[in-house]
Design a protein around this ligand. Structure first.
Ligand code: SF4
Length: 370
């Protein structure tokens, strides 16, 4: 068994909440940020005390908005990690908001080798309705400056925002593609209670319907494919060699440690969730103190999770691998589950994968194995 682990650090601060977002974050406050980073260092040390042989090989700083964290605090937490663990980073990513993208050179000095810019759209009207603080010009400026400093730049794009259409998606991707090696193109999923869901319920805004959103996805897929990006996961597209190593650990069910409120960890087959509450976190309610919520998976849960995560990947999974991991004869034991989804999955070359044009139906296919 390998001791390699990914490390995710959640920075739960944002300048302002976007209209569609339900990620855990609070308003930035310098004193709070200082207390927070101190607690993250404690959590990290405690987790590493229990995993002394772990080798951290990917680091992903996400949020929230990591780029609004004062640079001295970021320096402090990274130094602490190097002092308290074996760290040999193959990939070090940070999420950057175009509005707070002035510290790109500092990130490079700290060892960051991949930046992910939260573009979402290059249409100012769409950005305004989404409650984003940046505009098209700021996003393009951030992309250009990132591209000049880093070889590995990624952009996040959203699909399904009010006011978006196929032409708009192509225009956004056309503006982003010259600057990046990787694009995450996410479909909007609105949770109950977020402002955009409430505005839509009051008919103040109109959301594109599912068919139009799927057409936008297909148009985006074709354009990226034409420009040499390969889809390796439903929402993730990369030039050859630029898939996100850290995020691949999630879909491949490899170990990762998540620090901070609302962060998830997966260690030796057990899932942990830190409570989504910074006040509780600062009181020590986290994985470091063994106070995270724990989900021990039954073999059946683990098998379902494996299928659900692996089918998100373009390459799906090898039957030999699932048979070995779960001591099953997949084709024989799961004939009944495979029958109704034959039109969705491709069973060639000893692998199970979604058909290329059926990728968006992945969760439907996976549910057959529940
Ligand atoms: S900046 Fe990101 S994390 Fe913060 S509210 Fe907007 S979408 Fe959510």
């Amino acid at each position: 068994m390998t001791n390699n682990k990914g490390l995710y650090l959640h920075i739960p601060f944002c300048a302002k909440k976007c209209a569609y977002c339900d990620f855990y974050s609070v308003a930035i406050d310098t004193d709070l940020a200082e207390l927070y980073i101190n607690e993250v260092c404690k959590e990290f040390s405690l987790v590493m005390d229990r995993n002394p042989a772990a080798l951290i090989d990917t680091l992903y700083i996400g949020g929230g908005t990591p780029s609004i964290l004062p640079i001295n605090l970021l320096e402090r937490v990274i130094e602490h990690m190097y002092k308290n663990a074996y760290v040999d980073l193959k990939e070090f990513s940070i999420e950057v908001n175009p509005c707070s993208s002035s510290r790109l050179a500092d990130y490079k000095s700290l060892g960051v080798n991949r930046v992910s810019i939260g573009v979402q759209s290059l249409d100012d009207k769409v950005l305004r309705i989404a409650g984003r603080l940046h505009n098209r010009a700021q996003a393009l400026d951030a992309l250009e400056r990132a591209e000049n400093l880093f070889q590995n730049v990624s952009a996040d794009i959203m699909l399904g925002l009010p006011g978006q259409d196929i032409g708009g998606i192509k225009e956004t991707l056309g503006g982003v593609i010259p600057h990046v090696k990787h694009i995450s193109m996410y479909m909007l999923k609105l949770s109950d209670g977020v402002p955009m869901a409430e505005s839509a319920a009051r008919h103040e805004i109109a959301l594109p319907d599912d068919d139009l959103t799927a057409d936008m996805y297909d148009a985006g897929y074709s354009l990226m494919h034409h420009h040499g990006y390969e889809r390796y996961e439903i929402s993730n597209f990369a030039q050859p060699g630029y898939s996100c190593m850290h995020n691949l650990k999630y879909w491949n069910r490899e170990d990762y440690i998540g620090l901070g409120p609302a962060a998830h960890s997966f260690i030796d087959g057990v899932r942990y969730d830190n409570p989504a509450d910074i006040k509780e976190y600062l009181k020590g309610k986290h994985l470091g103190n063994q106070l995270a919520n724990i989900a021990r998976l039954t073999p059946g849960d683990a098998l379902f999770e494996y299928i659900m995560l692996k089918l998100r990947l373009e390459e799906g999974f090898a039957v030999e691998e699932i048979n070995g991991l779960f001591h099953i004869d997949f084709f024989k034991d799961y004939q009944k589950q495979l029958q109704p989804i034959q039109a969705l999955v491709d069973l060639s070359d000893g692998r199970v994968r979604m058909k290329k044009d059926k990728m968006l139906l992945e969760s439907l296919a996976a549910r057959s194995f529940l």
